[in-house]
Design a protein around this ligand. Structure first.
Ligand SMILES: C[S@@+](CC[C@H](N)C(=O)[O-])C[C@H]1O[C@@H](n2cnc3c(N)ncnc32)[C@H](O)[C@@H]1O
Length: 208
């Protein structure tokens, strides 16, 4: 039939285009899925009712935390440990240091960093929601709650007050706890940290 050859060629070309279209759509879909999987752990904490978004501590802030821990020893926990920088720095100063972090990517990255820096034996990182674990085993507690977390500080204060032992020290970074009276403060501006000895806070409460 005249013209049928060219129609076959057109059909073939159209078939080829749709196969490429399907491949491209599949590739785009897979890309978006991968992007979603990678981004969700960073975005979802910000959508939770009670959350701390990932904002890494500055080098000065980490130094201030370590200053507030001078003379202390034993176990340490960083609540919402991010990329593990505080836990790793504490382990390098001799603490058995543990991080609890909601974002699995950050936990895996922290484990890698601890291994790379040679402190993996003195560090542990758990993928965990801070509101679902007890911190009663720890005598040194670090928390860096940025602006979004500030409204939750009273809740965390209450949780720690109920769980921690009398000799525990809590270090708050950037935002102080609302009711406790700090024993020590160091740093300036966004690098300010406050140290609270639970014993003092309880004594103040009892005498009030
Ligand atoms: C401000 S960042 C601090 C990171 C790290 N501590 C530092 O000083 O660099 C707070 C971290 O808490 C994590 N986070 C948020 N909500 C959490 C929750 N409910 N339980 C555990 N970690 C949480 C976030 O993913 C984020 O990495």
């Amino acid at each position: 039939m005249p013209g049928s050859g060219s129609r076959d060629a057109e059909d073939e070309a159209a078939g080829g285009r749709s196969a490429w279209g399907l491949l491209a759509a599949g590739g785009l879909g897979a890309g978006l899925l991968a992007l979603h999987a990678a981004a969700a752990p960073f975005v979802l904490p910000a959508l939770r009712r009670v959350c701390l978004p990932f904002v890494p501590a500055t080098a000065a802030q980490v130094e201030n935390v370590l200053r507030m821990l001078r003379g202390r020893r034993g176990s340490l926990v960083d609540i919402g440990s991010g990329d593990g920088r505080v836990v790793i720095a504490a382990a390098k100063r001799g603490f058995k240091a543990v991080g609890y972090e909601l974002n699995p990517w950050l936990v895996w990255y922290s484990r890698y960093r601890a291994w790379r820096d040679g402190v993996h034996q003195n560090t542990k990182f758990y993928i965990s929601d801070l509101w679902k674990v007890s911190f009663s085993h720890y005598t040194n507690v670090v928390v860096f709650g940025p602006l979004l977390f500030a409204p939750q500080m009273p809740l965390l204060e209450k949780k720690l007050e109920e769980e921690l032992q009398y000799n525990a020290r809590v270090i708050a970074c950037r935002f102080p706890f609302p009711c406790w009276v700090p024993d020590h403060t160091t740093g300036e501006g966004i690098d300010t940290v406050w140290a609270y000895d639970l014993k003092t806070s309880r004594d103040v409460k009892q005498n009030a």
